[in-house]
Design a protein around this ligand. Sequence first.
Ligand SMILES: *Cc1c(COP(=O)(O)O)cnc(C)c1O
Length: 417
Amino acid sequence: MPDFVDAQLLGKARDLDAQDPLARFRDRFQMREGLIYLDGNSLGCMPKATPDRMADTLSREWGEGLITSWLDADWANAPQRVGDKIAQLIGALPGEVIAADSTSVNIFKALTGALSLRPERSTILTETTNFPTDSYMMQGIEQFSGGRIQARAVAPNDVLDAVDETTAAVLLTHVHYKSAKARDLAETTRRIQASGALVIWDLSHSTGAVDIDLGAANADFAVGCGYKFLNGGPGAPAFIYVARRNQSASPVLSGWFGHANPFAFEEGYRPAEGVDRFLCGTPYVLGLAALEVGVDMMLEAEMRAVRAKSIALGQLLIEAMEPLCAEHGFVLASPADPNHRGSHVGYAHENAYAMVQALRDEEDVIADFRTPDIIRFGLTPLTLRHADIVEAVRRLQSVCASKSWDKPAYRTLSAVT
Ligand SMILES: *Cc1c(COP(=O)(O)O)cnc(C)c1O
């Protein structure tokens, strides 16, 4: 990349950083000097406040309070308390969201809940290329139903046309995990509901990244991750949103925490009123404590500002990558129009996997690889400076120019990518 482009872009990036209303958040995360972390869409960074919060939950609440902390430290209500905070990030009402379980388990609860509201319908539908766990959960439900329920996956562009009077629910991801392509939440919801089906939105790559309004979109169900853009930590609890009108649904996982009166220890299952029936077992208290720190920070930042910065970072990255596309064969694999894109940008390249390894080992840039040939750059507005984007592209340019990616060690696929 000619130096003048570099200098010009870097100047522009520094100007953007100087005016950035979210700049103050970066310091509130632990960040190793020199590292450029472009993978906060897979595992968010750690807020500096999290270890203290965890230490307090462990030493004071657990160590000293012991079982009295279920009430005294509000452990019993943590899924609802954190859920109500997440609700504010996604345009939901209090009492429509709980933080619990993994996204996969919440997908199961949303699907079975939707099926219980459409007992006369037998198909659950998703798109091909969706994040695999979404399809896997559907396949498990089909198998368990012994033939009553059919799970179907249709190509992304055709999936809405495949909704018909047999469709109970359509499970779609709002921001695609590979391409970052974002669906129109309200319009897609409207089209699905026009056929009498219910919509389930997977917001794993949207929550904490895109300002969404589930209420305005009239969404039926939604699920999403705690450990990605919400910075809740590895294995953080996920969340599930159930629109008020759908809270009479039966989510099948009839665990005691979803019972109307768990501590009555009744023989028979009676579901709790409201979204509480979508709880299953004992809340993940430690995970919820860490998640709450991340969610609080996102609330403080405000989603509108987060989204605006995410778009600015994405446009800057695309601009900076243009010379590498021309010289080194990268192909933009995400929408160029930010209105149709979430908060990461993918590029296709035949040596994507080796380049991601070289970037990490030699240039201290962490991005990620998604099969078969995509480099993903995750854009997390609370932790990234605009100048980091330009610098990351400069380091990628250096990997390309020196061909330092071209080593046997960088071609061997590891178990976790
Ligand atoms: C990350 C992600 C998940 C993860 O599910 P877990 O059960 O938390 O592992 C699910 N769906 C999508 C679209 C994702 O991007």
